[in-house]
Design a protein around this ligand. Structure first.
Ligand SMILES: Cc1cc2nc3c(=O)[nH]c(=O)nc-3n(C[C@H](O)[C@H](O)[C@H](O)COP(=O)(O)O)c2cc1C
Length: 221
C-alpha cells in the first residue's frame, strides 16, 4: 500500500468528516488521561457487576478503528461470560491465574488469524489481491504480520475498555496450545493472550511498578 493514494482511494466525504471532527474535538483533559493511562491499573479481582454483550460490542466497535498494516485486521476474540464457557475455559489458565478469571464478568481470548489475508478483498476493496499475493509469495511474513497486528489490536481493545469506563486484567499465564485446541480448533487462529474485563476491585491491585523514564527509553534525533 505504499505511494500516494490511487484515484479510487480518495474519499472527499471522509476528508470533510475529519475536518469536522477536528473542529469539534479537544485533546483529553486530565481526567480523561487518568482514565486511560495514569490511574488505570491491571486488576486481579472483580466487582460483582456484569458487562453486557452490547457493551462488549460497543468496545469492539471502537477498538476495530485502530490502524493495522494494510488494514489486515487479524485479531479474533472469544468472550467467556457464561458459567458453561467459564467451566470450559478454567483448565486452560495456569493455576495462579485461574481463580481471577473464573471470577471476572468477562474474559476476552485474543487470537491472531494466520489466514487474515483471506479477508483482504473485504478490507482493502480497491486492491484486493496485493496482500494475498504478497503472503503467497513469501509465507514467512504471515506469522509476523499476524502477531504484530493482532497484538496492536488487542492493545487498542484494552484502551477501548478503559475509555468505556471498565477495567482490564491482561494475562499470558495460560496453556496456549490447549486454548487453541479448545477454542480455535479447525481454524488458523492461535491464542495471543487473554484479558479479564469488568469493574475492577481496587483491593486487588498490586504495588505500581515504575516505568522507564523518557531518557531511558527514547531519544529525540
Ligand atoms: C501481555 C500481558 C500478559 C500478562 N500476564 C500476566 C499473567 O499471566 N498474570 C498476571 O497476574 N499478570 C499478568 N500481566 C499483568 C502485568 O503484570 C501488569 O499489566 C503490569 O505489571 C502493569 O501493571 P499496572 O497496569 O497495574 O501498572 C500481564 C500483562 C500483559 C500486558
Amino acid at each position: 500500500m505504499a505511494g500516494p493514494p490511487e484515484k479510487d482511494e480518495i474519499d472527499l466525504a471522509a476528508q470533510q468528516s475529519v475536518r469536522d471532527a477536528r473542529e469539534r474535538t479537544n485533546p483529553l483533559d486530565g481526567n480523561g488521561l487518568d482514565l486511560l493511562f495514569r490511574e488505570a491499573r491491571s486488576f486481579n479481582g472483580w466487582k460483582d457487576e456484569p458487562i453486557s454483550g452490547d457493551d462488549l460490542k460497543a468496545i469492539y466497535d471502537l477498538a476495530k478503528m485502530g490502524p493495522t498494516s494494510a488494514n489486515c485486521c487479524p485479531l479474533r476474540i472469544k468472550f467467556i461470560t457464561s458459567p458453561e464457557a467459564k467451566e470450559k475455559f478454567a483448565p486452560v489458565m495456569f493455576e495462579r491465574n485461574r481463580a481471577k478469571t473464573r471470577q471476572a464478568p468477562a474474559v476476552a481470548i485474543f487470537g491472531m488469524d494466520h489466514e487474515f489475508f483471506h479477508r483482504q478483498p473485504q478490507l482493502t476493496p480497491f486492491r484486493p489481491d496485493d496482500i494475498p499475493n504478497r503472503m503467497k509469495e513469501n509465507p514467512d511474513l504471515i506469522p509476523h504480520w499476524a502477531s504484530q497486528n493482532a497484538t496492536l489490536q488487542a492493545a487498542y481493545f484494552m484502551m477501548a475498555v478503559r475509555a468505556a469506563g471498565y477495567d482490564t486484567g491482561p494475562m499470558q499465564g495460560l496453556d496456549k496450545a490447549m486454548c487453541d485446541e479448545v477454542f480455535w480448533a479447525g481454524t488458523a487462529v492461535k491464542t495471543l493472550f487473554v484479558c479479564s474485563i469488568g469493574r475492577g476491585d481496587e483491593n486487588t491491585i498490586f504495588k505500581r511498578n515504575p516505568r522507564l523514564p523518557f531518557d531511558a527509553a527514547c531519544e529525540i534525533l
